[in-house]
Every structure is written in C-alpha cells, then in structure tokens.
Design a protein around this ligand. Structure first.
Ligand code: SF4
Ligand code: SF4
Ligand code: SF4
Length: 284
C-alpha cells in the first residue's frame, strides 16, 4: 500500500468513526442505545457512559454490582479478544480523542508553528506518569470518585456531540490536554490508561510492526516521526519491533527512506511497507 492510500484511508476512517460515535445515536435511533460497544466515546449512549467499555474499566466495582458474574466474565473475555485482534489499531484509527489530537497537530502544521520536541528524559517521565494515571483510572471508583468527571476524552467528545458542559476541573483539564496535544503530538495518548490496557496484549496481537534489519541504516527518522516516541523501533535489531505503545499510525513507515525496512502486517501479510520511491515521491 502506498503512503497516500494508507494515510488517506486512516483519515477517512477516523472521520467516519468520530461522526458515527458522536452522532450515531441520533441517526440510528434508540435500539443502539442498549448495545455494548467497545468504544471510548460517551456521547454514543444517550444515558452517558453506562455501556462503554472504558466506563466499567474505571468502575470495576459496578461491573458486578450492576450485572451478574457471568456478564462480568463475558465482558472481560470480549475486551481481551478485541484487544488481541485489533490492539491499538483502535487508537490509530477509531478513537475520537486520538483523532482530535491528530487534528490539532495538523492545524499546528498548517500554521507552521513549531511543536515541542520531546527529550528522552521527558519521555521517560511521561511513561512514569502513565502508571500513575492508570492506577487512578482503575482504583478511583473504590474511593468514591468518578474518573469520567475528569476524563478528557469524555469531555471533548461530549462537547462535539453537543452535550452541555459545565466549566469544572475536568473541562479545564480537557482544554489543557488539547493545548498540549497542539504542541506535542498525541500527548494524552502517551499517558492514556485505556490505550495502555488495550496495548498490553501486543505480544499476541494480530497487527505487527516488522523490521528488516539488513535494510535499516539506523537513521532514526522513524523514531523522530513516532508520536508515541518508541525508541526501540530504530534501536532494536529484532525482526518484530511491535511495542505496547504502538498505535499503528504508520508515521514511522512514511518517514523511513529505506526499501522494505519497516512494515505493518496483519499476521504475516504485509499491508504497508516503507519504500524509497514512495518516500521520494511523498516528500519532494
Ligand atoms: S491512547 Fe487513549 S486517547 Fe489515545 S487513541 Fe488510544 S484510547 Fe484514545
Ligand atoms: S527510518 Fe527506517 S532506516 Fe531509519 S532507523 Fe528507522 S527503520 Fe531504520
Ligand atoms: S511505531 Fe510507527 S506505527 Fe507505531 S506509533 Fe510509532 S510511528 Fe506509529
């Protein structure tokens, strides 16, 4: 697949996904309102987050309180199966919060405003913050608090869908994160607890990032382009360089100047591969 096709397709899917998740309920009617969807989008359900997967992950006590143990087990199994099959492709192609961050980053690009380059120490500290946010996400409900009230994804997607918002801590937090996302690509995704949980199954997930170490010149262009700042993509000498943070956005492949050095594959089938010709055409 060529650069233009892969990245064009990604933007089309992300746009359709946002429209569907934000406005789908109004177009499809009530029957979907009771459907359990593995989405990270509160406005899809008129009764707010009750059926969203992330709601129960951040309200684990309610999973059993509202439902039977059988339901809770089915829920966890389905979550794991989806995470294995699609993994963080969800983050690169479906999640509205990821898309909104890509949009603000694109606006910055069009306006020719310099983004902040993330130094390695900063990247490391973000990784530490991610575990803290994950802990809060999973446990805050046991202390009587509601993660949804400060969740930036909930606030931004609900605002787009036309839900009235009050200006509170969560709202301000959402605005701050979008500003950070303007200067640092996919800032929130680097600490997002849902993305991290989905990525945990990357070792057995179908989607892979493969590397041909004989073609790689270790130029580092892939690392510089990666919104998730995955250093191993250029330092590792493995054939499979898939990591838990990878959202399969393909930015590393777009910027890789070497023929067949990097590719995204589904199992063993390569669907998008770096190419010198395509690189020169795209960047001329
Ligand atoms: S990391 Fe979180 S906010 Fe980012 S795309 Fe994935 S689920 Fe959405
Ligand atoms: S951009 Fe391509 S050639 Fe350069 S380090 Fe990454 S994989 Fe290797
Ligand atoms: S490794 Fe490549 S595909 Fe994965 S997040 Fe980084 S740039 Fe995107």
């Amino acid at each position: 697949m060529k650069h233009k096709i892969f990245h064009g397709l990604r933007w089309v899917i992300m746009t359709l996904s946002l429209l569907f998740l934000a406005f789908g309920i109004r177009l499809t009617g009530k029957w979907l309102h009771t459907t359990d969807l593995p989405v990270f989008s509160c406005p899809f359900n008129t009764d707010q987050v009750i059926h969203s997967y992330c709601y129960y992950l951040s309200h684990l006590n309610k999973l059993v309180e509202y439902h039977s143990v059988k339901y809770a087990i089915t829920y966890i199994i389905i979550f794991i199966i989806l995470a294995i099959v699609f993994g963080r492709v969800f983050c690169g192609f479906i999640c509205p919060m990821g898309y909104l961050q890509d949009i603000v980053w694109k606006i910055r690009d069009i306006l020719h405003i310099e983004g902040f380059s993330r130094k390695e120490k900063f990247v490391e500290s973000i990784k530490t913050a991610r575990y803290l946010v994950l802990f809060v996400f999973l446990s805050i409900t046991f202390f009587g608090f509601d993660f949804c009230s400060i969740c930036p994804a909930s606030i931004t997607t609900q605002s787009i869908a036309g839900f009235k918002q009050v200006i509170n801590v969560g709202f301000i937090f959402g605005i701050i994160l979008m500003i950070l996302g303007f200067f640092m690509r996919r800032f929130w995704c680097n600490i997002c607890p849902l993305g991290y949980l989905v990525g945990l199954f990357y070792k057995i997930s179908l989607f892979r990032i493969k590397k041909d170490c004989t073609a790689c010149t270790k130029c580092r262009a892939c690392y510089e382009a990666c919104p998730m700042k995955i250093k191993e993509i250029y330092t590792d000498d493995d054939k499979d360089v898939t990591k838990t943070e990878c959202i399969f956005c393909g930015e590393c492949i777009k910027k890789c100047p070497e023929d067949k050095a990097l590719s995204i594959s589904i199992g063993n089938i390569k669907i998008y591969t770096s190419s010198r010709k395509d690189f020169e055409e795209y960047h001329k």
